[in-house]
Design a protein around this ligand. Structure first.
Ligand SMILES: Cc1cc2nc3c(=O)[nH]c(=O)nc-3n(C[C@H](O)[C@H](O)[C@H](O)COP(=O)(O)O)c2cc1C
Length: 309
């Protein structure tokens, strides 16, 4: 997740929690000649990613640029590269990137053909059901099935839906048998109960991708693998998680305004760890001073907030 699950987050996560087999990096934009922004490239350097395995994700619309970037990533030590066909934002989609190419099946077909034939490594894909309607997915499945993909992560919403509404599980269930690839389910996997229900409903799926919910519920990957935590332990680990992220952001960033901004962005999701999270988060919203921020966070945890059910 762009702006959230970069290396700093993944390192802190791996130091405190467990259960994640592999992370997919925030997308790396494929620039002309296969270049990438330094910040995005450095995020997937194997020598820095020692705590949690990472699969680089790329986004672009020019096949040659993506192939060149994927091959540079292969040479760096990444045998698999994930292609982002899910990003919903208009600015991205109008350039036929992310979910924006899903409503142009011929162009998607041509893109995949070029990638599969030009890439030294293997291609993994993350997709939505379509750009505008889920009906686009029938054609998309035919296209995906034609290529030797490593796996297909499906977030069963359309691009224009953004993150609103529920994932369309009924539709997903109806089309799942027609997909020949290993399918990874993604979308609104926020609790162990939710995981249990989904894994019962989709017994053929054995791989699950957690997005936003890893921030308020960092225990979930370990819980899925059988670990259990009492609320006392959870609260203490959540505090540790927050404090470690905060300490590294202070180290990394110049100036209190930048630090409080990234921490407020973190709280946008982190607050959902708690009952009445919005109310807890509110006093943090206007703070731009580190001492005031630290005091406000201490106060939140000192109040022993109830964890969200
Ligand atoms: C702020 C934000 C940034 C995201 N960045 C990416 C990204 O770089 N690559 C990607 O594949 N998905 C990205 N996503 C989407 C999530 O990976 C995931 O597909 C989506 O949120 C649904 O899963 P969830 O309900 O578990 O969050 C992002 C989502 C959000 C909210």
């Amino acid at each position: 997740m762009q702006g959230y699950t970069e290396l700093l987050f993944r390192d802190v996560y791996a130091e405190i929690f467990s259960g994640i087999d592999v992370a997919v990096s925030p997308f790396i934009s494929a620039l002309p000649e296969g270049r990438a922004k330094d910040r995005e490239w450095n995020d997937v350097l194997p020598e820095l990613n020692t705590k949690m395995p990472v699969i680089p994700q790329v986004m672009g619309s020019v096949a040659d640029d993506i192939v060149l970037l994927a091959n540079r990533l292969y040479d760096l030590g990444h045998p698999v590269v994930n292609l982002n066909l899910g990003c919903p934002y208009k600015m991205v989609a109008k350039k036929k990137k992310g979910s924006g190419i899903l409503c142009f099946p011929d162009e998607l077909d041509a893109l995949l053909e070029r990638l599969v034939s030009g890439m030294k490594g293997r291609l993994s894909v993350k997709t939505r059901l379509g750009r505008h309607t889920r009906d686009e997915f029938h054609t998309l499945i035919e296209i995906y099935n034609r290529y030797p993909l490593e796996d297909l992560t499906v977030h069963p919403r359309t691009g224009v839906q953004m993150y609103k509404g529920d994932p369309d599980l009924d539709f997903f269930e109806s089309v799942l048998p027609g997909i020949t690839h290993r399918v990874i389910y993604n979308g609104d996997l926020w609790s162990l109960d939710r995981f249990t229900a989904l894994s019962k409903r989709f017994p053929t799926i054995s791989d699950w991708m957690i997005g936003r919910w890893v921030i308020p519920n960092p225990f979930l990957p370990a819980e899925i693998k059988g670990d259990r935590f009492d609320d006392e332990t959870k609260l203490s680990l959540l505090k540790q998680f927050h404090d470690a992220i905060y300490a590294r952001q202070v180290e990394r960033l110049d100036g209190p305004g930048h630090v409080t901004n990234v921490m407020k962005a973190f709280w946008v999701y982190f607050k959902d760890a708690f009952e009445h999270g919005d109310r807890l988060f509110k006093p943090l919203r206007r703070l731009t001073d580190l001492a005031a921020y630290e005091a406000a966070v201490e106060q939140i945890f000192a109040g022993r907030p109830t964890l969200a059910g």
